[in-house]
Design a protein around this ligand. Structure first.
Ligand SMILES: NC(=O)c1ccc[n+]([C@@H]2O[C@H](COP(=O)([O-])OP(=O)(O)OC[C@H]3O[C@@H](n4cnc5c(N)ncnc54)[C@H](OP(=O)(O)O)[C@@H]3O)[C@@H](O)[C@H]2O)c1
Length: 323
């Protein structure tokens, strides 16, 4: 697969979001299947795997997902890029003695679960009552220590990014970005392009909406399923957003591709520093998404898609706030 750079970290141009093996999309597969799916993604060219310390069933407990990812990637650890995320606040700082030590304590626990002595990309998952400058300084020290290669922020606007960037240059920003969540395009993407920061869109398929497989009748699962509150996925908004889904389906048919592949190819075409991390707990759909890298889009096709998109109203908006 083609590769891209998140500052100086080289990754496959489509990565893999591993969250759903532990949290967020209902029943989780058994560990054996999840490991097989991750290894199969690697066999199909994926070298960029996204997890977080907090991804565990119902978000209760820590590390379920990191343990699976660590076990799956152990045989070829040196050939892949692992990204994980932490959350720290002032109570962790009180316990550990300093911001640096608090971040380092979280990092060491993640490294242990991920079976590695170095994390390639370490994100702050959400802002807390610790200033971003203090976090940036701690991350800079951890880079100097050789414990992480680069660092990033998630769900942030450009003012926070700029404050952090001035202290320790960022490798990537992981924000929500899809055809129905385009806030990134306003200020974050231009800033990141100018400052050599990668953009890692999460929920690029709008939690499944844009795959074309969700209808107003779709029943989401009762337990640990974010689709029950994703704004574009209320019954009324699924209906409102159908014209976008239909437009994408038509476009995909003409290109002999799937809607998920087209929307990923669209963002890859649009920004040279974008590396999406679609999430799926299904082995075949993971490969389908990775193969978006093979979809060639022409200038004319991109413009047609962009124009069509701009004509549609989007129903539901999540933005960078909240969890
Ligand atoms: N930084 C953050 O705060 C944050 C927040 C959320 C997520 N993330 C990261 O981003 C990754 C991706 O986000 P996400 O999983 O929320 O959203 P997503 O990638 O937009 O969508 C996932 C949903 O789409 C379905 N899907 C995926 N590929 C499909 C395909 N080709 N055809 C049909 N359906 C398909 C999946 O179902 P199946 O499983 O049934 O295929 C699942 O229900 C996560 O794994 C996680 O690593 C980060």
């Amino acid at each position: 697969m083609k590769t891209r750079f998140l500052r100086d970290i080289e990754v496959s141009e489509v990565g893999m979001g591993c969250m759903a093996f532990s949290h967020g999309y209902g029943k989780i597969p058994d560990e054996g299947y999840s490991i097989e799916a991750i290894r199969n993604a690697y066999d199909h060219g994926c070298t960029f795997f996204d997890t977080a310390e907090v991804y565990s069933p119902n978000l209760s407990g820590i590390g379920h997902n990191e343990r699976i990812v660590g076990k799956a990637l152990e045989p070829f650890r040196n050939y892949v890029v692992i990204a994980t995320k932490l959350f720290v606040d002032s109570s962790a700082v009180r316990r550990s003695g300093s911001v640096y030590h608090a971040v380092r304590d979280h990092l060491e626990a993640s490294m242990d679960r991920l079976r590695t002595d170095m994390i390639d990309l370490y994100y702050l998952h959400r802002q807390s009552n610790i200033s971003v400058e203090n976090i940036a300084e701690a991350m800079g020290r951890l880079i100097d220590d050789g414990m992480i290669r680069g660092w990033g922020l998630s769900q942030v606007d450009v003012d926070i990014i700029d404050r952090a960037q001035r202290v320790t240059p960022l490798s990537a920003i992981q924000n929500i970005y899809s055809m129905v969540e385009r806030d990134v395009e306003k200020a974050v993407a231009p800033y990141c392009l100018e400052n050599n920061i990668g953009i890692v869109p999460f929920s690029p398929i709008a939690s499944g909406l844009l795959s074309g497989k969700i209808t107003p009748q779709t029943q989401f699962e009762r337990n640990d399923d974010v689709r029950n509150w994703v704004p574009q996925l209320s019954r009324r908004n699924i209906k409102g957003n159908q014209p976008i889904v239909e437009m994408l389906k038509d476009f995909a048919e003409q290109k002999n591709a799937t809607p998920a592949q087209i929307l990923l190819a669209w963002m890859l075409y649009k920004y040279p520093n974008v590396v999406p991390i679609p999430g799926s707990k299904n082995k075949e759909r993971i490969v389908e998404n990775l193969n978006a890298s093979q979809v060639e889009m022409t200038d004319a096709e991109f413009t047609a898609l962009e124009n069509a998109l701009n004509q549609h109203k989007v129903y539901g908006h999540r933005g960078f706030g909240g969890f």
